[in-house]
Design a binder for this molecule. Structure first.
Ligand code: PMP
Ligand code: GLN
Length: 390
């Protein structure tokens, strides 16, 4: 038996919480509100587009390393249509194996050993692992509850930047808190990046999932930001095809070249036929995005009401498909133990936010529920969760 086969950079990470909790849901027959994936697939016409690509022999062999031209053009078109950002599809767009590979390749390519990477905490778990694989040092800036939402303290962000800081790793709309950084907050983030001449990786996979008055503003659209920002998107989130693993990067050519230099040795390329289908999806009319948003907003409200009734403190998200709750009103304080027991107590699976914190104690009372599920499933979950109040 080989002892300690995992190297020291990865040793602290173990199995991702998403795999662990989805397995728990299957094992216990619980409703899975843990891992964030929709329980209905994206648009039928886009599935048909994938079938057509497969049948027509488009993408069944290695596509170009940057992605098929149709997808790169569609990504550039999407950034232009939605945000008035212009990118050259030939040199400034890169298709990736989901946002996950875009994150990994960006960090591996752009972070030097010993560099500090400032990331919002709670952070999506792959950020910590990829910073570590790159030999960088993560410097968390913690979002804390204020006025009913998890908010970024801009002074803390300013204080976190040192001469060793290489990069800001930003995620808005933010997983797991559902916070959408405001235009004013992003302007300060941008000004700090410019002042300290930092690279920025901006994970915007939930860009279309913003509700009520919230708006998504890409960091690349602020003055001085386009030249230093790697923006990441994903068809998993935007079109409900998480299994296709089609993501993309938009950035100036030197940054895309750098990210591609890492990406070529990770997958080289992925998801050939799906790239063609996603190219069609990115050109869907505004009606698609509006309907998708309205549907998820209604689902958010169903689950938020259920969680409130069950006794949780609910942080109503302005974006994403996650609700972060505080379990203390239920007389609980340890999210790990709570989530382990939840299948038995209520037949529901959720995610303990503590895994997204360096300071686990800070995240202990918070638990995340996903609402990208059919309304009947959310209603069933709400009914089950009421047992906790009893
Ligand atoms: N970034 C964030 C913030 C996410 O929540 C996720 C996964 N849902 C990803 C990246 C990974 O996206 P993908 O499935 O496209 O790899
Ligand atoms: N991003 C999804 C979530 O936060 C999970 C993705 C994954 O399993 N890697 O739930």
């Amino acid at each position: 038996m080989i002892r300690k086969p995992v190297n020291s950079r990865l040793a602290e990470f173990g199995t991702t919480i998403f795999a662990e909790m989805s397995a728990l849901a299957v094992r216990t027959g619980s409703i899975n509100l843990g891992q964030g994936f929709p329980d209905t697939d994206g648009p039928e016409e886009i599935r048909e587009a994938a079938v057509r690509a497969l049948r027509d022999g488009r993408g069944n062999q290695y596509p170009p390393a940057s992605g098929v031209p149709e997808l790169r053009q569609a990504v550039a078109g999407h950034q232009r249509e939605h945000y008035a950002l212009t990118y050259d599809p030939d040199t400034e767009v890169l298709a990736t194996a989901g946002a996950t590979e875009a994150i990994a390749a960006s960090l591996l390519a752009l972070v030097h050993p010993g560099d500090e990477v400032v990331a919002l905490e709670p952070y999506y778990d792959s950020y910590a692992a990829c910073i570590a694989m790159a030999g960088g040092k993560r410097v968390p800036v913690t979002l804390r509850p204020r006025d009913g939402a998890f908010r970024l303290d801009l002074d803390e962000l300013r204080d976190a930047i040192t001469p060793r800081t290489r990069m800001l790793l930003i995620n808005t709309p933010h997983n797991p808190t559902g916070t959408v950084l405001t235009r004013e907050e992003l302007a300060v983030v941008a000004a700090l990046a410019v002042e300290h001449d930092l690279l920025v990786v901006s994970d915007e996979v939930y860009e279309h999932l913003v509700y009520d008055e919230a708006e998504h503003v890409p960091l690349a659209s602020f003055p001085g930001m386009r030249e230093r920002t790697v923006t990441i998107g994903s068809a998993g989130k935007t079109f409900s095809f998480t299994g296709w693993k089609v993501g993309w990067v938009t950035a100036p050519a030197p940054l895309v070249d750098a990210v591609r230099s890492a990406k070529q040795f990770l997958t080289y390329v992925a998801s050939g036929p799906f790239q063609y289908a996603v190219a069609e999806a990115l050109r869907l009319p505004a009606g698609y995005f509006d309907a998708f948003r309205a549907d998820l907003r209604a689902k958010r409200d169903v689950l938020a009401a259920g969680l409130t009734e069950a006794g949780f403190t609910v942080y109503r998200p302005a974006g994403t498909y996650f609700i972060t709750t505080d379990i203390r009103p239920l007389g609980e304080s340890d999210g790990f133990a709570f989530c382990q027991a939840l299948p038995e107590r209520a037949g529901v699976v959720a995610i303990p936010n503590a895994v997204f914190y360096d300071n686990r104690a800070e995240g202990a009372p918070f638990v995340r529920f996903a609402f990208c599920k059919r309304t009947a499933v959310l209603q069933d979950a709400a009914t089950r969760l009421k047992r906790l109040a009893a």
